[in-house]
Ligand binder design. Structure first.
Ligand code: HEC
Length: 120
């Protein structure tokens, strides 16, 4: 009995460690998303693309933004009227976080799943 119980604190410590690591990872991800959102607003993307990237003068860029590489290209060398953002103004790190923020925006629900719109 005595010898069995000796392992419990060790197992508990190991579990706590694993939980701590995964919670740590989740917070880091959330932090990146939060900072991305801040940059999105501070740099002014929202002015043309809306706070949720839902679009305005600049079209919809979320949910489901372009893959990071194409996304970066569109921001560094925009197709037409969008101002270009050089790495001096907006670093790759910031751009990655903005992309994470846009990826975190949930998709709209299907219209048929909205009770107010499906009732006769
Ligand atoms: C002054 C308005 C304006 C601002 C500010 C702006 N955009 Fe745009 N954006 C546009 C327009 C307009 C387009 C369409 C392409 C063009 O005309 O250059 C576009 C296109 C894009 C595209 C390509 C979308 C696609 O599906 O091809 C991405 C990605 C994008 N913008 C991201 C951003 C990000 C990120 C920021 C902030 C760093 C930003 N934009 C700031 C107006 C703007």
């Amino acid at each position: 009995m005595q010898s069995k119980n000796r392992h419990i604190p060790i197992a508990f410590a190991a579990l706590t460690l694993v939980a701590g690591i995964s919670i740590g990872a989740a917070t880091q991800e959330d932090e990146a998303i939060d900072r991305g959102k801040k940059d999105f607003v501070e740099v002014g993307c929202y002015q043309c693309h809306g706070y949720q990237g839902q679009g305005g003068p600049g079209g919809r860029i979320a949910p489901k933004p372009l893959p990071l590489e194409a996304f970066t290209r569109s921001v560094r060398r925009p197709a037409n009227v969008m101002p270009a953002y050089s790495p001096k103004v907006l670093s790759d790190e910031q751009l990655k976080r903005i992309h994470k923020y846009l990826e975190s925006i949930p998709e709209d629900p299907e219209v048929s799943t909205l009770p107010a719109l499906s009732e006769e």
